[in-house]
Design a protein around this ligand. Structure first.
Ligand SMILES: Nc1ncnc2c1ncn2[C@@H]1O[C@H](COP(=O)(O)OP(=O)(O)OP(=O)(O)O)[C@@H](O)[C@H]1O
Length: 223
């Protein structure tokens, strides 16, 4: 599903990753851990095609990301659901409109309104679907972003600090959504500092990948 082959990446002089080799199989769940500035977000950007490695290869869905022509990128991105820390919701749209946004892209199937409402209820926003993002709490915004990321049934879900600004109970609730998605067969990669979040995945075969000194270390045992 995702493969790094001796991949390296620098922002100008700042070498963030070097010689990273790693395979994440389909249906697996991984936490990217590591101190602030270690390169977790950079790893995710390399996976969701926002960056390309300077050296080596990053392969996603069996394609070398450096060799994907621009016109083919949207089709590959369609297979990914991305949840970013700032949520990136559109302010003037309601929660329901934000959630259904990915379905407005060409080539996406229309989902019945009832299904969208069910998805909203699944993330616990059943009663807030008419609200605008500014009227939501941070945890509610995160959950809206998760619903939007999964509305088009992606194979791969990527989340960057999805519980950055929420309390422990909300973090656990958000985590349970990712666990459920993984149980449904989705590959899930989450960057987080939050040890409690990783503990919430105990019993799942989730793995921790530590980003440190430009490398990624796989912790041997599942959590
Ligand atoms: N667009 C950019 N231009 C230049 N340097 C960058 C850019 N984005 C990130 N960096 C630098 O690259 C390094 C890795 O950043 P990255 O955001 O991947 O770390 P992170 O592990 O996600 O950090 P955090 O946990 O604080 O979000 C940091 O030193 C950061 O300052």
């Amino acid at each position: 599903m995702i493969e790094f082959r001796a991949a390296g990446f620098s922002y100008g002089e700042n070498a963030v990753l070097s010689d990273v080799t790693l395979t994440l199989s389909a249906g697996s769940m991984h936490f990217l851990a590591g101190r602030s500035g270690a390169g977790k977000t950079t790893v995710l950007r390399l996976i969701y095609l926002a960056l390309r490695p300077d050296t080596g290869e990053v392969r996603v869905f069996d394609r070398d990301t450096s060799a994907i022509p621009r016109r083919e990128e949207p089709a590959i991105r369609r297979r990914m659901g991305v949840v970013l820390q700032d949520c990136d919701l559109i302010d003037h749209m309601t929660v329901l409109e934000n959630i259904s946004l990915p379905l407005r892209l060409p080539g996406r199937e229309i989902r019945p309104a009832q299904e969208l409402r069910e998805l909203g209820a699944w993330v616990g926003l059943g009663k807030r679907l008419g609200a605008r993002p500014a009227e939501l709490s941070s945890g509610e915004r995160q959950r809206a972003a998760i619903a939007r990321a999964v509305v088009a049934s992606p194979d791969l879900i990527i989340a960057d600090e999805p519980t950055g600004n929420v309390d422990a109970d909300t973090a656990e609730r958000i985590m349970s959504l990712f666990i459920e998605l993984n149980r449904l067969g989705k590959t899930v990669v989450i960057a987080t500092h939050d040890l409690n979040l990783m503990r919430a995945a105990q019993g799942m075969s989730a793995h921790v990948l530590k980003v440190e000194n430009g490398r990624i270390f796989r912790s041997g045992a599942p959590l």
